[in-house]
Ligand binder design. Structure first.
Ligand SMILES: C[S@@+](CC[C@H](N)C(=O)[O-])C[C@H]1O[C@@H](n2cnc3c(N)ncnc32)[C@H](O)[C@@H]1O
Length: 328
C-alpha cells in the first residue's frame, strides 16, 4: 500500500469518535496485531541481555514497562526470567484476555530457546510457565498469575509509583511514538521511580514506519518534510516524533542517567538515499550527521547513579557502535 494511502486512512480513523476501536478491528482483520513470537521474544531477550551486560539480573526484580501494546510478551519474558513483579502501563487499552492468551500459548515452543538465551535451566522456565493460569476468565487474573499488573489508561510520565521502587524501566518499540516534551517527563519520572543503580533499558525505532509497508520509500523518507507538511501524515494513531538517536541520548543525559549502552543500527538504503541526495532532509534536520538520519534502530541503557563516586560501567560494556547491516 502506498504510504500516503495508509496515512490517509489512519488520519480519518484518528478523527472518528470510535476510531481507536475501529483501528483495533481493522488490525485484527488484517492480522497485523497477531503475535510474532520469534520477533517478539527476540526483542525482550535483547532487553534482558542488556540488563545482564550491566551485571544485573531479572531474578526477584521489579520491572516497569512503558507501552504494553497488544501482547504481554515483555512481561512474560521478565516473569520467565524470574521477575518478582512487572507493572506494565499503556495510554491505550489494546491488550485483551484473548490477545494475552494467544501470546502466552505462542511462547510454549520458545521456552528452550528462551532458557538458553537467559542462561536459566529449561526445567525452571517450564515450571514458571506452567504456573500461568491459562484458563483464567479475566485478563487481570491471567496476568497476575505471571506476576504482572496491567495499568491502563496510564501514562508513563505520571506513574503514581513510589520513589525508588523499581529496578528496571523498560520499553520496546514505544519511545518513537511519544512527543519530545512527554518523553522528557517520562525520563524524569523514570529517574524518580528507579532505585539508585536501577536501569532504564529501551529499544526503539527512529525510522519512518511507513517504509515497512511501502517498498518505494526508505526509513529516511519522512525527514524531507517540514513540520507543518508532515503533520497531516502524523495523526495520533500512527504518531512518530522523528527524533534522531543523538536526541534520545541527550534527553536521558539531561534527566540524570549515565549512559551504559547507546547502540544504533543504520538502514543502508536510507543512508544511500541520503548520500545520493534522493532524499533532501528539511532544514530542521541539518544539524544531524547522515548516519544519525539513517538510523532505524537504537538500543539505549542508562543507569541511575548511586553516588557520584559509584557511577557504574558495565563489565562487558558495549561501546556506541554503528552496525551497517541491512538485514536487521
Ligand atoms: C507501537 S506500540 C508497542 C507496543 C509493545 N511494546 C510492542 O512492542 O508490541 C506503542 C505503545 O505505546 C503506548 N504509549 C504511547 N505513549 C505512551 C505513554 N505516554 N505511556 C504509556 N504508553 C504509551 C501506545 O498506546 C502503544 O500501545
Amino acid at each position: 500500500m502506498k504510504w500516503q494511502t495508509k496515512a490517509y486512512i489512519l488520519r480519518q480513523l484518528s478523527q472518528l469518535p470510535m476510531g481507536k476501536q475501529l483501528y483495533l478491528l481493522l488490525q485484527k482483520m488484517a492480522g497485523s496485531n497477531r503475535p510474532l513470537p520469534n520477533r517478539d521474544f527476540a526483542r525482550i531477550n535483547e532487553l534482558l541481555d542488556m540488563i545482564q551486560q550491566a551485571g544485573q539480573t531479572a531474578q526477584q526484580a521489579t520491572f516497569f514497562e512503558i507501552g504494553s501494546g497488544w501482547h504481554p510478551y515483555a512481561p512474560l519474558g521478565c516473569y520467565l526470567a524470574g521477575a518478582e513483579k512487572i507493572i506494565t502501563v499503556d495510554v491505550n487499552p489494546w491488550m485483551t484476555l484473548k490477545s494475552a492468551k494467544q501470546c502466552i500459548a505462542a511462547a510454549k515452543d520458545h521456552l528452550p530457546e528462551m532458557a538458553h538465551l537467559m542462561g536459566i535451566k529449561e526445567s525452571l522456565i517450564t515450571k514458571r510457565y506452567q504456573k500461568i493460569d491459562q484458563n483464567a476468565l479475566r485478563l487481570d487474573l491471567l496476568l497476575k498469575s505471571m506476576n504482572t499488573e496491567y495499568r491502563y489508561p496510564a501514562d508513563a510520565s505520571d506513574t503514581k509509583q513510589e520513589d525508588h521502587s523499581i529496578d528496571f524501566v523498560i520499553s520496546s518499540n514505544v519511545l518513537e511514538h511519544i512527543p519530545l516534551q512527554i518523553l522528557k517527563s517520562i525520563s524524569t519520572e523514570s529517574m524518580r521511580i528507579l532505585k539508585p543503580g536501577g536501569l532504564a533499558v529501551h529499544r526503539f525505532n527512529p525510522g519512518d514506519h511507513y517504509a515497512n509497508h511501502d517498498q518505494s520509500i526508505t526509513t529516511a523518507n519522512f525527514l524531507q518534510y517540514p513540520e507543518q507538511d508532515w503533520k497531516p501524515y502524523n495523526e495520533s494513531l500512527a504518531y512518530h516524533n522523528r527524533l534522531r538517536s543523538s536526541q534520545y541520548s541527550q534527553l536521558f543525559n539531561e534527566a540524570g542517567f549515565t549512559s551504559l549502552i547507546e547502540e544504533t543500527h543504520i538502514d543502508t538504503d536510507a543512508l544511500e538515499a541520503l548520500q545520493q541526495k534522493f532524499i533532501q532532509p528539511d532544514s530542521m534536520f541539518s544539524q544531524f550527521s547522515t548516519e544519525d538520519l539513517a538510523t532505524d534502530y537504537m538500543w539505549y541503557m542508562g543507569i541511575k547513579p548511586t553516588a557520584l563516586s559509584e557511577i557504574g560501567q558495565c563489565d562487558n560494556m558495549r561501546t556506541p557502535k554503528n552496525q551497517i547491516d541491512s538485514n536487521k
